[in-house]
Write a protein that binds this ligand. Structure first.
Ligand code: GTP
Ligand code: MG
Length: 194
């Protein structure tokens, strides 16, 4: 898919503010600091999502309107230790409402750090998506930080640790080198039937 324009159109803190279900939608989920905002900036070709060295920056559900016809949704990152209990609760209420309400959601891209095995909350997210019957694809971020031999070993280990859940598509990705960008854009075309 060729992305000709993308803009942030809505920042949602409460489920009642979610936009109407009038467009096809895909969403991006992952741990805080996994590189979600960088990923979105890279695929959208804009610098709309805030990238930071301090994790926990993206607290809202951010709606991007892409090519005037699709919603791309940046979901708030999970697993940031310094977040208060109240904030965590707010997160799960908002996310639960999001997944339950968005009948126009075609696919979730789940971002995992290529350097590490999935962690507790990644499994929670995977089980959540699986139980709701929402299809997802796994993006392995920050691949530029790995040596070739390590990549291979980590990919095998990550695949193995998730094989009990199902057979997924894994895309190694780097916002730095843009590795994986073409594969991701091709997947968008497939998902939207373009
Ligand atoms: P929160 O919104 O805070 O939850 O984080 P996020 O998942 O949106 O991550 P963000 O894109 O803000 O990136 C976090 C840090 O990782 C930043 O310092 C980025 O520069 C860095 N980073 C993200 N993607 C890559 C990548 O592909 N390669 C490298 N080397 N660094 C990356
Ligand atoms: Mg972010």
């Amino acid at each position: 898919m060729r992305i000709t324009n993308a803009k942030l159109i809505k920042t949602v803190y409460e489920a009642k503010d979610l936009p109407p279900l009038d467009k096809k939608e895909i969403a991006f989920a992952g741990r805080s600091n996994v590189g979600k905002s960088s990923f979105l900036n890279t695929v959208l070709g804009i610098n709309a999502a805030k990238v930071s060295s301090s994790p926990g920056k993206t607290r809202s559900i951010n709606y991007y309107l892409v090519n005037d016809i699709y919603y791309f949704v940046d979901l708030p990152g999970y697993g940031f230790a310094k977040v208060s209990k109240q904030e965590k609760e707010r997160w799960s209420i908002l996310l639960e409402a999001y997944f339950n309400q968005r009948l126009n959601l075609n696919m979730v891209f789940l971002l995992l750090d290529h350097r590490h095995l999935p962690q507790d909350l990644d499994y929670v997210m995977i089980e959540w998506l699986r139980d709701l019957g929402i299809p997802f694809i796994i993006i392995l971020t920050k691949v530029d930080k790995l040596k070739t031999s390590e990549r291979k070993r980590m990919l095998e280990q990550i695949k193995k640790s998730l094989s009990v859940y199902g057979d997924y598509i894994y895309i190694p990705f780097s916002s730095k080198t843009k590795e994986g960008l073409k594969e991701v854009l091709d997947l968008f075309s497939k998902i939207f039937g373009e």
